[in-house]
Design a protein around this ligand. Structure first.
Ligand SMILES: [Zn+2]
Length: 153
């Protein structure tokens, strides 16, 4: 079984794909939204609005942090992105809205995606057997805190 950590994110989609993603979510594909969505998909570890802004500013000097926040909130409302709770109180964003778990590194504050169908089956079986009174769970998202092993030199 492959137990290595999953790589952070999908390869960067091209402009047409980004345009498409925005249109399908019912949003106008402005240049700003395209570059913001692109950095969300390519920056590792579930970035904050500040990190997205810092990443984009050199190539887009007129882009304000407020615009980045506004775009990210619009993405969340349109179901294109979700907010990920973070220990330090920062809002972090995840462009992958499919079901997955998160590994929180307490050293680097990175949030890594974690997918494991075997774990999902285990949790589903557990709750099916446990029969919660008055509650029917249908999805699970674990918040796993720990430390990333340091890279071998
Ligand atoms: Zn995620």
């Amino acid at each position: 079984m492959d137990t290595s950590l999953p790589s952070a994110h999908l390869p960067a989609p091209d402009r047409d794909a980004l345009h498409d993603r925005l249109s399908r979510a019912g949003l106008r594909a402005t240049q700003q939204r395209i570059v913001i969505l692109e950095s969300l998909l390519t920056l590792p570890g579930h970035p904050t609005a500040e990190q997205v802004h810092r990443h984009l500013r050199p190539a887009n000097p007129t882009l304000s942090l407020g615009t980045v926040y506004k775009a990210l909130d619009t993405f969340v409302e349109a179901g294109l992105t979700r907010r990920v709770p973070a220990a330090e109180g920062n809002r972090r964003y995840d462009a992958d809205c499919s079901a997955h778990h998160h590994l929180y590194c307490t050293d680097t504050q990175e949030i890594l995606d974690f997918c494991d169908p075997q774990l999902d089956a285990l949790i589903a079986e557990f709750f099916a057997a446990r029969q919660l009174k008055g509650f029917q769970p249908h999805s699970f998202s674990l918040h796993i805190t720990g430390r990333k092993a340091s890279e071998p030199h």
